[in-house]
Design a protein around this ligand. Structure first.
Ligand SMILES: [Zn+2]
Length: 337
């Protein structure tokens, strides 16, 4: 069985989708995630907790009163990130050792080093330097992390040779969790999944099978089964909220802002069953529908991986998706992996 086994000994079978948890979201609360969606794990921004002085004291100060699971009222797997994404804007600096200690002090199960995000515009030399700096932070972090699993974050930008070196170095360092970083800009364009797919396939060939691979930021239900077929186990995203804000209605075959494009699709989710077309006009209902759709696809992936039917499912998705969205790059880019 493939699974994340936490330091406290709890087992979370994969594949797993970790919704990005935002404390201030009034309708996607921890009990809703757990009870209405069967969510077993979440990801949350460790840096934002760190930056809030009263929360920092409450969670990790000398008189700490609670851990992050108690704060959220969520007892499942909690992964935190380090604020590296915020640092991309240039206004954040947080010491690697400090943010790693903080994340494990607050009781997260999987924690993140300060990694150096590498956008596609970075040239080889820059990408190489960021890769080396990220590896240093992971090496440093592995010496500290004894109460949480430290994610070994792969960098390497748009260079497959660097991606390969990165993931080999992570395995050599002895990480027990691999996360593929800086890939969102690649698959964010019209379902062009070739590069992300090549990176996943390459990583899966190098990383031992018992070590899970997490693709940061993947949350479109039409793409998830393809990444899973290539060997990814864990995904995280706030896509369900962002898509809803932009009026995008997700389906397992692609998302659209217009009901006409999806006329063939009958959604089996409880929100569409209860509210019909009103879901399209209500951001809250649309976000709930979107998350339901992601979780539904994740259940399909789990079942199909076990039964061996994932390839047929991918063919069916491609057929329908390309009929509905003829300009999509999903099929051509998939065929190039
Ligand atoms: Zn629905």
């Amino acid at each position: 069985m493939n699974a994340i086994i936490t330091i406290t000994g709890r087992t979370y079978p994969t594949p797993l989708f970790l919704p990005v948890f935002e404390r201030n979201n009034p309708y996607i609360t921890a009990p809703v995630l757990r009870d209405d969606f069967g969510v077993r794990g979440i990801i949350t921004n460790g840096f934002l907790l760190y930056r809030d002085r009263s929360l920092r004291e409450a969670l990790a100060g000398p008189e700490s009163r609670m851990n992050v699971k108690q704060l959220y009222g969520f007892d499942g797997l909690v992964m935190t990130d380090s604020g590296a994404y915020q640092a991309l804007g240039g206004q954040v600096y947080v010491k690697n050792t400090k943010i790693i200690r903080f994340q494990q002090d607050i009781g997260a199960d999987v924690i993140s080093p300060f990694d150096h995000i590498t956008p596609p515009r970075d040239n080889w030399k820059v990408a190489n330097r960021k890769l080396n700096d990220t590896l240093k932070n992971i090496e440093q972090g592995l010496k500290i992390a004894d109460r949480a699993i430290l994610a070994g974050v792969q960098q390497g930008g748009r260079y497959l040779d660097l991606r390969e070196r990165s993931v080999r170095a992570l395995v050599e360092l002895g990480v027990s969790y691999v996360a593929l970083g800086s890939l969102v800009p690649f698959f964010g364009r019209n379902h062009h999944i070739r590069f992300a797919g090549q990176v996943i396939r390459q990583a899966r060939a190098i990383v031992p099978p018992e070590i899970p691979i997490h693709l940061y930021g993947a949350g479109d239900p039409v793409e998830l089964p393809f990444y899973a077929a290539l060997g990814c186990d864990i995904f995280d995203s706030s896509s369900f909220v962002h898509f809803a804000r932009g009026g995008w209605y997700m389906t397992p075959y692609g998302a659209s802002q217009t009901p006409e494009a999806l006329a063939e699709y009958e959604c089996p989710c409880p929100y569409c069953a209860a509210h019909g077309a009103r879901v399209w006009a209500d951001e809250r209902l649309m976000a709930l529908h979107n998350l339901w759709t992601i979780m539904h696809v994740m259940r399909c992936i789990t079942d199909l991986r076990a039964s061996g039917g994932l390839d047929d499912y991918l063919d069916a998705v491609l057929d329908k998706h390309m009929r509905w969205f003829p300009a999509s790059q999903l099929k051509p880019s998939w065929e190039e992996i």
